[in-house]
Write a protein that binds this ligand. Structure first.
Ligand code: FEO
Length: 168
């Protein structure tokens, strides 16, 4: 495997792992603040990012590359509001998309079509995750500071997510 691509894939392992821990912290914050639906959403999201990370680790090994299991920074434990929570979520997904695009660019540049092909799964996944994050943040912006709106958002988050992914 080309060394620069191996490095980028290892960086991606770190970003997916970082997102997984970040979403775990977000789930825990929501759980502690009585938002059980949102907590469940982020617990699942954290699990998904872990799956994304492991898929990369296995792929690097399959291609006889060298995996570097990363050290991670501690994620923010506190959020001022639901809006802030979901703004951070969208930013995090946009960052991951950017990094995936960077890997794709490098694959084309180095003519590594195998890795390019493997990364297509991540491109599709990111499209969906960004759409979900945007929809959730849009809904929260409509709700504003209304407490009963927050209550319903927490209760209905799964339905909102399903309709966002069905619209894709
Ligand atoms: Fe695997 Fe949402 O980044």
């Amino acid at each position: 495997m080309n060394k620069s691509i191996e490095k980028l894939l290892n960086d991606q392992v770190k970003y997916e792992a970082g997102a997984s821990m970040h979403y775990l912290a977000m789930a825990s914050w929501a759980d502690a603040n009585g938002y059980n639906g949102i907590a469940e959403f982020f617990y699942n999201q954290s699990e998904e990012e872990r799956v994304h990370m492991i898929k990369l680790v296995k792929f690097i090994n399959e291609r006889s590359g060298k995996v570097v299991v990363p050290a991670l920074e501690q994620p923010t434990p506190e959020y001022k509001s639901l809006n802030e929570l979901f703004e951070v979520f969208l930013k995090s997904e946009m960052f991951v998309t950017e990094q995936i695009n960077h890997v794709i660019f490098e694959c084309l540049d180095k003519k590594d079509y195998n890795v390019h092909n493997f990364m297509q799964w991540y491109v599709t996944e990111q499209l969906e995750e960004e759409a979900v994050a945007r929809t959730l943040l849009d809904k929260l912006n409509i709700i504003g500071d209304d407490k009963s709106g927050h209550y319903m958002f927490d209760r209905d988050i799964n339905t909102i997510v399903s309709s966002a992914t069905a619209a894709e």
